[in-house]
Design a binder for this molecule. Structure first.
Ligand SMILES: [Zn+2]
Length: 301
């Protein structure tokens, strides 16, 4: 049996597709529409260019030689479409939602080795020279392309964490890659390297993967850093706002990340671009004590 997968276009979503594409490829040819063929370089997988206007996706697809392997192979087989939105409503996590469509039958192949980049070699060296560990930061931001301020944790909590860790960590901020974005709140002080803007110092998506692969800690909002850290098995502290809670991204097969959420959590699945405002309050002492316990390798919840 062969398979045709209409996948999600998000980078993080594509990461969660990896075990399912790998599993199906044991049974037959897999044709997947994906903007990120780099993630699916296993035998029997043929990546096809999807139609999209998303900027990061278009940038990655342009002149991407990995699609050429698929030329001359006509997609055929059973059509597969994943949908985790429906699964969340039934209490299924993201992997269980996908498994409702493609059962993994006990197999779970979730691997990726980022390519090393010169830009990240240099950042890594500067972090070493500082005598500190490396912390990658993804700050709350609003992007015009897919507006969702609801999910952002409060910027002031990021500043508190940076203040608490600044003597121990060298901070490098990364952004929502290739997209214009605006910070959701005053930009924190104490970032050692700002690589988060769409400018000369901006890191591309694969450089961010490489940087996170060499990090000691990631401090982030809810975004694609979650699947990136799960895939690369890197420690991450995720500060939530509202929108969707952390539990759908937790599974015994995935590397555990530390998350902190406002209580009560606003599971509204609304983007916050209308009059709705999610509760985003987290007690400061709880925020910092959870962070310190996680870093120390102690149980945090
Ligand atoms: Zn809400």
């Amino acid at each position: 049996m062969n398979y045709i997968i209409d996948g999600y276009f998000g980078f993080g979503d594509n990461i969660w597709h990896i075990p399912f594409v790998h599993h199906l490829a044991q049974k037959g040819d897999v044709f997947i529409s994906t903007p990120f063929p780099e993630l699916f370089q296993f035998p029997n997988v043929y990546c096809l260019k999807p139609v999209t206007n998303l900027k990061l996706q278009l940038k990655n697809m342009t002149n991407n030689g990995l699609y050429s392997k698929s030329s001359g192979h006509k997609p055929n087989g059973q059509r597969i479409r994943f949908n985790y939105g429906a699964g969340f409503k039934q209490g299924l996590n993201v992997l269980q939602s996908f498994e409702a469509v493609v059962p993994l039958e006990g197999e779970f192949s979730f691997e990726f080795k980022p390519e090393r980049s010169e830009a990240v070699d240099q950042i890594s060296q500067r972090a070493k020279d500082s005598g500190k560990k490396l912390c990658v930061v993804r700050l709350p931001s609003v992007r015009k392309e897919w507006d969702n301020p609801a999910r952002n944790g409060k910027m002031e909590y990021f500043q508190l964490c940076i203040n608490a860790l600044k003597d121990r960590y060298y901070f490098v901020s990364v952004g929502d890659i290739g997209n214009q974005e605006e910070f959701d709140g005053p930009e924190p002080v104490g970032i050692d390297e700002r690589r988060d803007r769409h400018n000369v110092n901006h890191l591309g998506i694969w450089e961010v993967m490489d940087l996170i692969d060499r990090s000691d800690l990631v401090l982030s909002i809810q975004c694609n850093t979650i699947p990136i850290c799960q895939l690369l098995r890197k420690k991450a502290f995720i500060i939530y706002g509202g929108y969707v809670p952390h539990w759908p991204f937790v599974d015994h097969r995935l590397f555990p990340l530390c998350s902190i959420e406002p209580e009560p959590f606003c599971f509204c699945v609304q983007h916050g671009t209308d009059s709705h405002k999610c509760n985003k309050e987290i007690p400061e002492d709880k925020l910092l004590s959870t962070l310190e316990k996680y870093i120390a390798g102690e149980p945090w919840n």
